[in-house]
Design a protein around this ligand. Structure first.
Ligand code: ADP
Ligand code: MG
Length: 844
């Protein structure tokens, strides 16, 4: 679009927001014409269009309000930009998609046509030709995902302004190809779509203002260290003072009379409304940072937000229209989905929040669809295999039960029975045991391993996500197997990262020759040189910490082994089918008797001293305490160009607590950036009571047993999801002592937080899970699944209905064409393989 046309559209929109007071253009529309017409001619605007503009605006000043409304409306229609550009009807699905396609073919919407400015003046007939060729180069011809030369796989350096250095920087956040960029969705959005005249803006408002620079000055402050640029903007309704810090180069780009668009949050300066460091752009260029819903991307070193926005805008405008839809039209219509091209475009450049939601729905639908399809295929593939049948008599099992120090709960007995049945089927078991924290899953795993290893030369492996957990399991299983006279201590071993090399070597040998019957460990078990003699049973604890990929690595080390995964994250029934569609599920919904429920309280931040007193008292009784802080990234506080930089509240608070509050006690610190050996050391010290208080981020979440800890203090509690709060609470109340969980929200208001109240009301993980699902959507549950599968980039904004819909569609395709051999399913098949292959299986 010619810049003059572009400006005119903006002035019209501005005039609407000024309520037709003829104040959008300084001096009025009629006076603008003398400048505008020559410009328009220079920029090859068709003559008939220029004449129409002139005729419409000639008498604008003398027009009544109603006439002005009519004029602006006509003007926008002529300029192909009806004022009702806001499309929010989700029913008008088809139209939306069509309109998008049209829009991307419209001459006025052709991007980057600023080139025409520098070209010699042409006759109108030539202009049409020019528009046609531009249209051709910016084709919406669909490319194919199947064609290796499609273009979407092209490296980033094919984009203008991306050289080796930038492409290297982008690779650190997983961006290698054009397709990666298209799927690199904004982390959040800033809404600058509210366009107001200066005299109507209010304090503390996110707003866009269009005006011209009345004056601009740069001065130094504070020993010349800070440069302050002060700009006065005027728009015919008033003036606005704008301050930029340390951007002295602005002076070169902004001059008196320049017309600019400014978006930001309003502030107060000497009693008047002002703005500090807003986004700004020249009025006559395509606005990326102002006057719209502005996307905010995750950044990395050497990549700035504005630079990335330009690159994204370029890529998305060029390529999104050409992305093919791998779903047949019938499916798109039936599922009421937005076209994929349109969805990708809107996610990056949302026109309205309604459209954004529709776009996100489409992308989430696809994520769940492919997850489900993969899960169904995987399940079917496993079930093609045959596995060893393990059979023990009921008498044998009763004998084991008799020798246990406690009676198993009914839930434990039921789960063991489920496993026993699976073991007898001759096909590999894949079972998920879901049991609340402390429900006794370890003993179930131990008994299952006992059954398996009673059969011939079978080996069993138990994998835990952390060394400390592996060690804990090892001790429990060693006691169990030796007390029951089932195995010798050299037949049950531990393998973790810190195991010495000589011992590792010896363990490897014994695994290979079959001496070891039960091995317990961490990822170390997955390492290449580990080979098993006959691995037929695999237990994976706290499965949400592991990805599908890791599970399959361990599985591949065996001979179609039976697999048991255990999790303390209760997954609501409605979700389980999708999230764990490849698994059968046993639910352990009963606690061993005699547990005292953890007493939970919401405490105002003003009463923190009382909480510290309680901790002092508990420590005096030789108990220990956890204090957990949320991770706060600086990006949240302030837009930062270095997203690696994470301010760890825990790190700062640790020092304060140690020196000021608990100076006579030992306060330990645990956080995710520590090396695994450091973390282990801290956990061992805490377990051995060398540390009284453990200050930590959520890394303590996973099933560690510290029976002596009786206080769990959670700071910033309003930032956590219920599932997470519940996991954290589960770290205490594991011994015989009365235990406390204290929730301190960030501010006074959040004391009323619904989620926290629910925590206070119930100790039941399943009740909490259902509530969490109702309150926050399924993100937390799906997020757990993300490793090993492509990142579920948008899943956290989805609703359960959408998940179920995606599951049903995946199911129905799977039933008709399980191997996706049909012609119309080829692209789906390709995408499916692509997604399941690229999983990284990283754990936190
Ligand atoms: P989780 O399900 O969270 O993994 P654990 O297996 O760590 O729970 O068990 C928590 C504690 O409960 C352990 O100390 C274990 O010895 C104990 N326990 C397990 N089953 C029973 C039972 N039936 N009766 C009493 N205590 C039990
Ligand atoms: Mg456990």
């Amino acid at each position: 679009m010619q810049p003059t046309i572009h400006n005119l559209i903006k002035f019209c929109q501005l005039e609407i927001s000024h309520n037709y007071t003829n104040s959008a253009v300084i001096g009025g529309f009629e006076n603008m014409l003398s400048v505008w017409i020559p410009d328009a001619k220079k920029q090859n605007v068709p003559l008939d269009l220029i004449t129409k503009v002139e005729a419409l605006f000639k008498d604008y000043d003398r027009s009544t309000h109603d006439q002005r409304v009519e004029t602006i409306k006509n003007m926008l229609t002529i300029l192909n930009k009806p004022e009702s550009a806001q499309i929010n009807s989700s029913k008008e699905q088809k139209n939306l998609n069509e309109e998008y396609l049209q829009k991307n073919q419209q001459p006025y919407e052709v991007k980057n046509s600023t080139k025409s400015i520098s070209q010699p003046v042409k006759e109108p007939s030539q202009i049409t030709d020019q528009v046609k060729t531009t249209e051709k180069t910016l084709s919406t011809t669909k490319i194919s995902f199947l064609d290796p030369k499609t273009g979407l796989g092209a490296p980033l350096q094919t984009i203008p302004n991306v050289g080796p250095a930038k492409s290297k920087a982008l690779s650190t956040i997983g961006l290698f190809t054009l397709e990666d960029l298209l799927y690199f969705f904004p982390r959040k959005y800033e809404d600058y779509s509210l366009l107001l005249p200066i005299n109507r803006i209010e304090y503390n408002q996110k707003v866009t203002v269009i005006g011209s620079v009345k004056s601009i000055h740069t001065r130094s402050a504070k020993n010349n260290k800070i440069k302050i640029t002060e700009l006065i903007l005027e728009d015919g309704t008033g003036t606005l003072r704008i301050t930029f810090f340390n951007q002295p180069f602005l002076h070169k780009r902004l001059f008196k009379g320049a017309q600019i668009v400014v978006s930001g949050k309003t502030d107060m300066y000497l009693g008047r409304i002002a703005m500090n460091n807003p986004n700004w752009e020249k009025l006559d260029q395509k606005n990326l940072f102002t006057n719209r819903i502005v996307p905010i991307y995750k950044l990395t070193k050497n990549i700035t937000q504005n630079w990335l926005r330009k690159i994204m805008d370029h890529t998305v405008s060029q390529w999104a229209p050409r992305v093919p839809d791998y779903f047949p039209t019938s499916l798109i219509n039936k599922a009421d989905l937005l076209d994929l091209s349109k969805a990708i475009y809107e996610v990056h450049n949302p026109e309205t929040f309604e459209l954004l939601a529709r776009a996100q729905q489409r992308i989430s639908f696809d994520e769940i669809f492919f997850l489900q399809l993969g899960v169904l295929q995987q399940r079917r593939n496993w079930q093609k295999a045959t596995s060893t049948v393990f059979n023990v008599t009921t008498e044998w099992l009763e004998g084991i039960y008799q020798k246990l120090p406690y009676q198993l709960t009914n839930a434990q007995l039921r789960t063991i029975q489920d496993i026993r049945n699976d073991f007898m089927k001759g096909i590999p078991m894949s079972r998920l045991v879901q049991g609340d924290v402390g429900s006794g899953k370890t003993m179930v795993a131990a008994i299952a391993a006992a059954i398996a290893t009673q059969n011939g030369n079978t080996q069993a492996a138990l994998m835990a996500p952390t060394s400390i957990l592996a060690e804990q399991h090892y001790k429990n299983l060693l006691d169990f197997f030796t007390e029951q006279d089932l195995l010798h201590s050299n037949q049950i071993r531990l393998l973790i990262g810190s195991t010495s090399n000589t011992e590792k070597e010896e363990i490897r040998q014994s695994l290979k020759d079959g001496t070891i019957k039960v091995i317990i460990g961490t990822h170390a078990l997955l390492e290449d040189p580990i080979e098993f003699n006959n691995l037929e049973f695999v237990v994976i604890d706290e499965q949400h910490r592991f990805g599908v990929t890791q599970r399959s690595v361990l599985r591949d080390k065996g001979n179609s082994p039976h697999i048991l995964v255990m999790t303390a994250t209760p997954i609501p029934r409605s979700l389980a089918l999708t999230v764990c569609g490849d698994l059968d599920i046993s639910v352990m919904d009963e606690m061993p008797p005699g547990r005292q429920p953890v007493s939970t309280h919401i405490v105002s931040p003003l009463d923190r001293a009382r909480v510290y007193q309680l901790i002092h008292n508990q420590l005096a009784e030789e108990r220990q305490a956890f204090i957990v802080y949320p991770l706060v990234s600086t990006e949240e506080v302030e837009e930062s160009d270095d997203s690696d930089q994470i301010t760890n509240a825990a790190v700062n608070e640790h020092t304060r607590l140690q020196t000021e509050i608990f100076s006579t006690r030992t306060v330990g610190l645990l956080h995710g950036k520590m090396r695994p050996e450091e973390k282990d050391q801290i956990m061992f010290d805490f377990k051995n009571k060398k540390i009284d208080i453990l200050v930590s981020t959520t890394v303590v979440e996973v099933g560690v047993d510290i029976p002596n800890a009786s206080v769990m203090l959670i700071e910033g509690a309003n930032r956590f999801g219920l599932a997470q709060l519940h996991q954290l609470r589960g770290r205490v109340g594991r011994g015989n002592h009365k235990s406390y969980c204290l929730l301190i929200p960030e501010n006074e208001d959040a004391v009323e937080n619904e989620r926290l109240k629910v925590m206070q009301e119930t100790n039941d993980g399943f009740v909490l899970a259902e509530k969490d699902l109702a309150q926050r959507g399924p993100g937390d549950f799906l997020g757990n699944r993300q490793s090993g599968y492509m990142d579920l980039r948008l899943a956290n904004i989805m609703d359960v209905k959408l998940i179920e819909k995606a599951r049903e569609f995946a199911q129905s395709i799977f039933e008709k064409d399980p191997d996706l051999n049909a012609e119309e399913h080829q692209e789906i098949k390709h995408i499916l393989n692509h997604y399941w292959k690229t999983g990284t299986g990283d754990i936190s």
